[in-house]
Write a protein that binds this ligand. Sequence first.
Ligand SMILES: [Zn+2]
Length: 297
Amino acid sequence: MRRDWIGTGLAAAGVATALFLAPAATGAESIWSKVKSPARGAPLSIGSYSGGCVQGAKELPSPAEGGRYLVMRPERRRTFGHPALIDFVVKLGVGLEQKKLGPLAVGDLGQARGGPAPNGHASHQSGLDVDLWFEAGTPGAQQHSVVDLEAQKTSPYWSQRVPVMLELAAKDPRVARIFINALIKRELCQSAQGDRSWLSKLRPWWGHNEHFHVRLACPADSPECQAQPPLPAGDGCDEVDWWLSPEAVKDRNKGVESYQKRVGAQPKLPDSCKKVAEWSPGKEGAGREAALTPPAP
Ligand SMILES: [Zn+2]
């Protein structure tokens, strides 16, 4: 079994820390989905990608303010992230436009203070995850698969955008992993010329044939951010055959079941997330200090 993890829990990260359980039932709205504004303070990604939160998040600026991207599901308001994630999305939009392949179609980032969402994802909790569509699309449009899963080849929706966008994203030094369908990785393993080092960040995962999921590494000044294990050595192209094997299909069924149990669940979060969840600007702007003090430089 060679699959990577799209969502790492605290246990997987091996961190012994005081924990706090968000007070809400599985799949229900919680304080994290109800709160509409970021917690003020230095930007801090806290905890793991699937059990964490973010202080000092920024909202992706409205595309009308000159962005080279479109937000595909604006009504969800999953448009917040650590400032490094916002900067990554904005720069990728510019890069794509420079290659005349824009605009970038942006799916979900995270909630205003991160934390577990009632639907859609088990990760996207610490302000470092974003889903981006392969197609240009228009807000509200359907996504299409860029590969034919049955025939195991590219679909009519495949275009030059796919490899260009993935290479641009993977070459950003802040990016730790990009989750894509194994068929897409196989295509890139066959076509990439010259420098192939960026292929190592492209991690096969189920689905991810209409959009790809970019995950930034823990920012250096977020001491409570829990990283995933380092990437295995090499470009990872030798793993693709396993992903397309009958053994992987069996493993998939188990994986989907356990993933679905985790979507909408209320994981235990680091203690610091309690302060982030409960931060409020105070009456008439009084008491606007940060939930958490910034770490020493
Ligand atoms: Zn995602």
